[in-house]
Every structure is written in structure tokens, then in C-alpha cells.
Design a protein. Structure first.
Length: 496
């Protein structure tokens, strides 16, 4: 899909569809929509007066051959209340427009932002909405619908706004394409994405983007004494991989932070001997979403070039049942030297993150963020709406929450009182991998990882509820979401 700028006056644009949006108000026909209404001889006001066009969020009004306009269709999308309008709203509108027009076999359309955002922010949000909205999960369907959007022109940007809009378009394109890179990885079934294949894809991405990459095989992982990661991997015929991708800026200031991004990549989670129920187990191919997110972030950073060093650390393994699998009660020694009693083999994400977080610190990370589909309990707490946020350092955590707000990703911080730490005190080893208390499953999971972060400012994102859309949204296909990528890219750019 091509996205270009078009400077022709929009009422005279010849296009298959002209798309814009209206705000929910007593008089929704305002701003540029009022211009269109004048060209169309008051048709839009008439529809609004009839009550059919109100501007309610994602209300669709599609007019064919609107009199006075050269466009074959005019699509007006409800943007909700104007005082709540932001880049996230515009992103959804652009995505929803693309998906609805694509379903109608439209190939080319024009998008006209109404008032409300700077040219740069608007162009970025539109690009992000269009490109993430265009992503489909039909890779393995042999009867693919040949519905495809070829090009979208962005209209309504004045010559003086053009440079800023171009910047926004470029940034939005990089971020959205990286988000789709992540979503593509998450969508792969586990037979097509083993730890080895994930490592190959990470290497290919790094080479293409000009990033440094290292992949450790099972021998190197053993030599490094990553006992927690190995304990999860030992039940699988597929060997684990440990992926390290590094972005080094051209110039670093002395004393600048080094950001470590650690992502859980369990390419399939059966639960191991503490096996999961069959119903819904197929979804556990997405248990590598945290790792895929960090790889996508690195892909974006390579193009956006922040002035801060970033290291992504992605431990990749399956969690399988079998004669060699670890068993409840087994005691493992992590790379840090801490001993872990594995009371439940299904709490495997925290095990592999233990070694990855420790290793990221060894590489010099001064600030850590991990992302993981860690707990079913986060779905109980926050449903599929908010990412669960946990942190050991409020200043660092606040930065992330600010980035989440700025990029329109819903995230909610949960408490990490010391009392919860008691839940994972081990009976026969230093710590145990599930809590002994009742409830607080996501918090005990976070505390387990924090044990390995130590004094290094650390944030944990539990994306188990948000990395996968069980149902399609008007602006996004069903399946992988690529959640947290935008926030993390913003966080790194802000730290530099
Ligand atoms: N990958 C799962 C988390 C998960 C579970 C995501 C259900 C989405 C839906 C993780 O490895 C896991 O199984 N966690 C256990 C932890 C428990 C044993 C303490 C869970 O949440 O049930
Ligand atoms: Zn599990
Ligand atoms: Zn898991």
C-alpha cells in the first residue's frame, strides 16, 4: 500500500472514496466537513438534522456519488466528542476506514483529516492506523480474497504543513510496519516458528536494519549456566535459542542510560507436566509475544535512531511435556546462582526471564523493561483492555506510563508491596515459581522476575490479556495486536 500526499482541493478530488470524520456535537457538520457540505449543497447538514449522522464514535455514514463532489463515495466516520479526540482516536478512524473500504473492494481512497491535531501528529496517526489496519492474518489461506488497498492519498495538508506531515508519515510508517513485523511473528503457529526459526528471523531483521545480533545455541546457553531457561527447554525436542539484538547510537553521552528490553518468547506453552487444559491451548502459540514485541521495537529504533543504547534480550524455548521435561518439585539453579523450586511447570515465563534479566544486567543495562504473556490472572484483573504494569522504581515506571498515555496504549500499574514477596519465599530453595498465598497471581509473577533485576530500575509488562484480540475490531484484524511496541519506542526516544 502506497501512502502519498495530494494537494488538489478536496471537493474536486477524483477518488473511489473520500474519507473524513465528524465530531459528536449538536452541529456535527463543522470544519472541513462544512466545506464538503457547502460543495454538496447542504446534503450533509440535512442528514445530520434527520438524526442519522451524529458523530458518535465509529458511526459510519457512506454516501454514493455525492452531488457536488468528484469522489465516487464520501465516507464520514464518527469521531466522538471533540474534547476527547486525540491521536489514538484518529488512528482507529483511519484503520476502520481502510478495513471497511477494503471489504467493499475499494482499491484507492483519499483521507482528509478534520481539525484537532498538528499536521505531524495527524499524519503519524493516520499512517499508523492505515498500516496496522491493513494487516491480515490470512497468510496460510490458499483462497485469499484479492481485496487489497493499493494506495491512499492524504489530503488537506497545506504546503507549509507538508514538511511536518512528511515527518509524521515517515515515523508512523516505521512504527506501524514494525508493529506488523511483531504481529506477523506472533501469528505464526508453533510448527512454523520454533525457537531456531525465531532466531533466524531476528538475525534477518537485524541484518536488514543494521543492528548487531548474537544468537546462543543450547551449548552456549548451558556454558553460561542459564539453568532456569534450560529447565524449561529440557522437555522439548526443539533446542532453545537466546537472542541478543543491540542498537548502538553514533554518539553516546557519558553516563547515558543503557536500556535493556527483555521479552518472553515461549514459542508454544503446553504448561509442561503441569499441563494446560486442551480447550483453547492453541492460543499458546502467542506466548512469544513479549519477545516479538522487543524485536519489533528494535526494528523501529534502527530507523528512528535514538541517541541511547538499547539491548534486546529474548530467551526462546518451547514448554513441552515429555520424558525429559522438568517436574513439579524440581530445583533449578538460575544463572545468577539463585535456586528455584519449580512448583508448577506452567509458570515457565518467569523462569526464562530470570536468566534473561540477569544477562541483560551483565551486558550493562542500567534500566530494564520486560514484556511477557505471563499470567492468566492479569486477564482476571484487567480483562483484555489494559496492559498490567509493575515497577521497582517509580520514576522509571512513570516515564513508561507517560509514554503509554502519549501513544494511546492503555496500561495500568499494579502494586508491588513487600508483603507479596513473601508469597514466593521457597521452602526447599531460595524462591519458588508460584505464590503460596491466595490470589495476586500477576503480582507474584512480577515479584519473581524482580528478584533477578535487583537494584536495577525495572518494569514488567504483563501483556497476556492484550497481545491477542479474540475478536476483530473495526480498525484491527482478529489475532495479534503488537501491543506495547508504540509505548516502548516512545519511551526510548524520550530517554534519548
Ligand atoms: N503463558 C501463560 C500465561 C497465560 C495463561 C496467558 C492463560 C494467557 C492465558 C503462562 O506461562 C502461564 O501458564 N501462567 C500460569 C501461572 C500459574 C501457574 C502461576 C497461569 O497464569 O495460569
Ligand atoms: Zn505457562
Ligand atoms: Zn507461558
Amino acid at each position: 500500500m502506497q501512502i502519498t500526499f495530494e494537494t488538489k482541493p478536496y471537493p474536486t478530488l477524483e477518488t473511489e472514496a473520500l474519507v473524513t470524520y465528524v465530531f459528536e456535537a449538536d452541529e456535527p457538520i463543522q470544519g472541513r466537513v462544512a466545506d464538503l457540505d457547502r460543495a454538496a449543497g447542504g446534503l450533509l447538514k440535512k442528514i445530520a438534522t434527520s438524526g442519522e449522522l451524529t458523530g458518535k464514535s465509529l458511526e459510519f455514514t457512506l454516501l454514493h456519488a455525492p452531488a457536488g463532489l468528484k469522489a465516487a463515495r464520501l465516507l464520514l466516520i464518527g469521531a466522538g466528542k471533540r474534547d476527547q479526540f486525540n491521536a489514538a482516536t484518529l488512528r482507529k478512524i483511519a484503520g476502520a476506514a481502510l478495513r471497511s473500504l477494503k471489504a467493499k473492494s475499494v482499491k484507492n481512497f483519499a483521507f482528509l483529516p478534520n481539525e484537532g491535531l498538528s499536521a505531524e501528529d495527524a499524519a503519524q496517526a493516520i499512517a499508523e492506523g492505515l498500516i496496522t489496519g491493513d494487516f491480515e492474518t490470512d497468510k496460510y489461506k490458499t483462497d485469499k480474497k484479492d481485496k487489497k488497498i493499493d494506495s491512499v492519498s492524504l489530503v488537506g495538508f497545506s504546503d507549509s504543513e507538508k514538511p511536518a506531515a512528511e515527518k509524521g508519515l515517515a515515523r508512523g510508517t516505521v512504527i506501524a510496519e514494525s508493529q506488523n513485523f511483531t504481529r506477523d511473528l506472533v501469528n505464526e503457529p508453533s510448527n512454523k516458528l520454533t525457537p531456531r526459526i525465531l532466531a533466524e528471523k531476528a538475525e534477518a531483521m537485524a541484518k536488514e536494519s543494521g543492528l548487531a545480533v548474537e544468537v546462543f545455541d543450547e551449548k552456549k546457553i548451558a556454558a553460561l549456566k542459564m539453568g532456569a531457561l534450560l529447565s524449561v527447554a529440557q522437555g522439548s525436542a526443539e533446542p532453545p535459542r537466546f537472542i541478543v539484538v543491540t542498537y548502538t547510537p553514533a554518539n553516546t553521552k557519558p553516563g547515558a542510560p543503557v536500556i535493556g528490553l527483555v521479552g518472553k518468547a515461549v514459542t508454544f506453552d503446553t504448561g509442561g507436566v503441569s499441563i494446560k487444559p486442551a480447550d483453547g491451548m492453541e492460543k499458546m502459540k502467542y506466548d512469544m509475544a513479549g519477545g516479538a514485541t522487543m524485536l519489533g521495537v528494535m526494528r523501529a529504533l534502527a530507523a528512528l535512531k535514538p541517541s541511547v543504547k538499547v539491548i534486546a534480550v529474548v530467551p526462546a524455548t518451547e514448554n513441552m511435556v515429555g520424558g525429559k521435561a522438568q517436574k513439579p518439585g524440581d530445583i533449578q539453579t538460575a544463572m545468577s546462582g539463585k535456586t528455584i523450586e519449580v512448583l508448577n511447570t506452567d509458570a515457565e515465563g518467569r523462569l526464562i526471564l530470570a536468566d534473561a534479566v540477569h544477562y541483560a544486567k551483565q551486558l550493562g543495562a542500567t534500566h530494564l523493561v520486560d514484556a511477557a504473556t505471563l499470567t492468566g490472572a492479569i486477564v482476571v484483573a484487567l480483562a483484555n483492555i489494559n496492559v498490567g504494569v509493575f515497577g521497582s522504581d517509580q520514576a522509571w515506571t512513570d516515564k513508561l506510563l507517560t509514554s503509554a498515555k502519549a501513544t494511546g496504549e492503555k496500561m495500568w500499574q499494579l502494586p508491588m508491596d513487600d508483603e507479596y514477596r513473601e508469597f514466593i519465599k521457597g521452602s526447599f530453595a531460595d524462591i519458588q515459581n508460584i505464590g503460596s498465598g491466595k490470589g495476586g497471581g500477576s503480582i507474584t509473577g512480577a515479584w519473581f522476575i524482580r528478584e533477578f533485576a535487583g537494584d536495577t530500575p525495572w518494569i514488567h509488562l504483563d501483556i497476556a490479556g492484550t497481545a491477542w484480540n479474540d475478536d476483530a475490531k473495526p480498525w484491527l484484524a482478529k489475532g495479534p495486536t503488537g501491543v506495547a511496541l508504540r509505548t516502548l519506542v516512545h519511551l526510548v526516544l524520550n530517554a534519548s
